[in-house]
Design a protein around this ligand. Sequence first.
Ligand code: HDE
Length: 686
Amino acid sequence: MAKQKPDQAAPEPVGPSGAEAAGTTEWRSQTGGYLTTAQGTRLPDTDHSLKAGPRGPLLMEDFHFREKITHFDHERIPERVVHARGTGAHGVFRSYGTAATATRAGFLAQKDKETPVFVRFSTVLGSRGSADTVRDVRGFAVKFYTDEGTFDLVGNNMPVFFIQDGIKFPDVIHAGKPHPDREIPQAQSAHDTFWDFVSLHTETTHMLMWAMSDRGIPRSYRTMEGFGVHTFRLVAPNGDTTLAKFHWKPVAGIHSLVWEEAQIAAGADPDFHRRDLADAIENGAFPEWELGVQLLPDTEDQLFEGIDLLDPTKIVPEELAPVQPIGRLTLDRNPTNFFAETEQIAFHVGHLVPGIEITDDPLIQARMFSYLDTQLSRLGGPNFGQLPINRPHAPVNDLLRDGMHQTAVHTGVAPYLPNSLDGGEPAVDHENGYVNVPRMVEGAKVRENPVSFDDHYTQATLFWNSMTPVERAHLADAFTFELGKCYEQAVKERMLTRLAEVDAELCATVAAGLGLPAPSGSPAADAGASPALSQLVTEPGPILGRLVGVIATDDADLTGIAKLRKELEKEGALLKVIASHGGTIGEEIVERTFLTVRSIEFDAVAVADGAGSVSDPRALLLLQEAYRHCKAIVAWGDGGDLLTAAGIAADAPGVLVDDKASAAQRKALIEAMGLHRAWDRFPAQA
Ligand code: HDE
């Protein structure tokens, strides 16, 4: 191999020097300039180690080799103990000003006040390299870089949690993680230890309903709700307090995958959600959420309509306390470097700003310890707040000193208070500092839950009651799948006794699927329903960032394709041409071939006129999967013949066939996509 001759290329050095970069978030990178060691010494060669002769052993003195390999050997940091798999983006939060009377938090107070944010979405159970579309809870963690300090809202896409007391967290996670002997299965709950644990801890039942529902397999991070889960305490400028639950409502609507699609994606595109988020932002289809709060009176007993607000396994139905919008989040910038930003970001429920407090919910109380603690081993010491992504945008003037990875060069001689040697500075702020609302705390020192935490089933029944038939079928299928993957008969039987307490029909359906008798129970007759919990769409919603795949051939109707693309782009959706070969068809770039395509990538599939005689079985599979997954399917001209070959009826719901490309058909497609799925086709057998 020829030796590198950098002098011939002679690039101009660009980017800040080490001295210029110190104190900024930028650092030298491979975008220009000369290759150097970590100490800035220019290098003539990075492909050949220093040897005693061309065929001799390596020399210890090769400082470049040793530095390069040593750094490489230490490139990884421990992955997060939970939520290891995730992805993130930068954005902005704009306040509506509507929370100003409830909280003194500055970033919420003023209308149109903008606060920079970084959001990280994640799964819980899987390792860093695991698939995105597994059935799991999703993390929804938002870091608000406010003027008054950083506020982290570290939530999930489900409003309740498995356990009521944080001391059980290691147990539920150990049960959900792969079995300790063979370390399988990866990133999923469909195994014995998980179901053993949850069937022995009945407080998990409500959360199980959420996890087994379509919420466990979101279509996209962009189409998930988010929840703060715990009840928070808001403190108004006049000192009045209100209890509050935070909700993120996706502007794109709440949508999920179907189970087969999720499983295919886990193999065909394990980065499905990561790619979707990054592509949407890059294409200008900025994901948005409205932040809302349920405001609840801060009463002595902290109960609302009999619901214990300190119990994280309970919701307050929106019908009882409406979600009031207080601002909007827009994600508009992808990270520059995954490691520096998404991997190194450190959330903590204790990153609070004046006006927002935690409550005595025993789960968040435990989290107050855990998040700071975990960063010490994950990020290697107590100075992780100095990493660029973790730096507050508010001025920092702490008296924390030294420690591993200290990057600040502190001035002054008196890092203590009070002092006289540094002029008594920094000063404490009695006016605007973070003050906890004084509250009486009393009680015997006990390891107990309040009796108001005892009802583990009524809200699980409420959830079931609130689902539509399609959603119920999905739920029963998910329980049957997960328990069907367990080996221990006793675990399945125990879990059925729990489901019997939720709903007899649910229990009977799952039992039938498992081939076991259905035990009887006594589900709450008065659990009621909360229609807001159903995510089934009845009115067409936005299709921003959605994708249509069009099957075409060299003879395809390119004008029809171009018109469809134009209409879709008007709505912020995209079109990709699929053909038997790569390259181009006329002006159209072929972005997928039958070799590289899979149905899961698309929200709808079309067959252009001219592609009716395609006989590739992968094209037929594409259509059949799209049909089974209840997606909109369009064909025009002889494209309809391909649907017939795939066994798809032209008059089936969500199937739009026309003689030629027409404006009416394009409009109908956009509407059908806005409904997300053609559920009238469910269950589809093609
Ligand atoms: Fe977490 N959780 N958690 N959690 N959690 C972590 O912190 C923990 C809980 C959540 O994108 C860890 O930095 C305990 C509820 C999200 O970086 C760790 C308990 C909710 C993320 C930790 C809980 C969450 C984490 C692992 C029970 C929803 C990812 C790495 C008392 C409201 C944040 C880290 C990110 C991460 C502990 C329960 C959400 C170990 C002890 C409830 C979204 O500190």
